[in-house]
Design a protein around this ligand. Structure first.
Ligand code: A2H
Length: 252
């Protein structure tokens, strides 16, 4: 947004099991393909609290083969951008599979460093194809959007075509803030009485509040950087993920 460059951490979330609805598409991949959903985040220090991972149900994704032999689930736009950022040979994009977001829902994935070793791919209507990778890690403790979406998914599981237990999960406190305690997003959503993921205007305000409070005043209460401020922990977690090959630097 604006003219600035956004420096994302693109987290590699390994696929453990494809849902039935994706079988036909992924049958085009080699049997032993190492596949990852790649989620773009501005808050890498929140990886510990992931409860699921979101795709846009009506977004078209590709599964792309990249230089190191792995396969990434990405939006077309992100694949193109990444091809100029060292992920593939300069400007080269090799799409193996075309798949609709809704067909990916239900996949079992393993996010790095999360307190939950296995989580599900779930739908989020507000994911934009025009931002990041089109894939969002869900951290309901600290992201109001994630909190409200996950709550709605649990409440209307049938409507969304998911199993209730995929979304009806205990939120893990990972960051303490002076104003909102250890579940900042939940506290802000309740205080602002936001009821639906469709309350876009209120959610934008909540997101801004949560981001500022978390970034400038938050302290880690979970993980190896427990006791450090969010400002200190953020580059440390990012560097750790990059070094381990569990994330990529992604700018747009
Ligand atoms: B953030 P900015 Cl805990 N569509 O990650 C909608 N939202 C997207 C997206 C897309 N295509 N791609 C990324 N995002 C989300 C964590 C997080 C995030 C927390 C708190 C705040 C927060 C867990 N979700 O973002 O418009 C991703 O969610 C608030 C700024 O580029 C990403 O970081 O500023 C953030 O929005 C990027 O938003």
């Amino acid at each position: 947004e604006g003219v600035g460059v956004q420096e994302y951490t693109a987290l590699k979330i390994a696929v453990k099991e494809w849902p039935e609805s994706a079988q036909k598409s992924v049958s085009q991949l080699p049997k032993d393909a190492r596949c990852f959903f790649v989620a773009a985040t501005l808050r890498p220090e929140t990886v510990y609290g992931q409860l699921c991972c979101f795709v846009g149900p009506s977004i078209r994704y590709g599964i792309y083969k990249v230089s190191n032999g792995e396969y990434y689930v990405l939006s077309e736009r992100a694949a193109r951008n990444m091809s100029f950022q060292g992920v593939t040979a300069w400007g080269e994009v090799e799409k193996i599979v075309d798949v609709l977001g809704s067909d990916l829902v239900g996949a079992v994935v393993a996010p790095p460093l999360s307190a939950n070793p296995e989580v599900r791919i779930l739908p989020m209507e507000s994911v934009k194809a025009s931002k990041g990778t089109g894939i969002v890690m869900c951290v309901p403790s600290d992201s109001p959007d994630d909190y409200v979406t996950l709550r709605d998914l649990a409440k209307k599981a049938d409507y969304y075509g998911i199993r209730k237990e995929w979304a009806d999960l205990e939120i893990i406190p990972i960051i303490e803030t002076p104003t909102y305690g250890n579940l900042t997003a939940k506290a802000i959503v309740e205080q602002m009485k936001i009821n639906s993921p469709k309350d876009a205007k209120q959610l934008a305000e909540a997101k801004d509040l949560a981001y500022k409070e978390g970034f400038y005043r938050g302290v880690m209460i979970y993980g190896p950087y427990k006791g450090k401020t969010v400002e200190e922990a953020k580059p440390l977690v990012r560097a750790q993920l990059l070094e381990a090959g569990e994330a990529l630097a992604y700018a747009e």
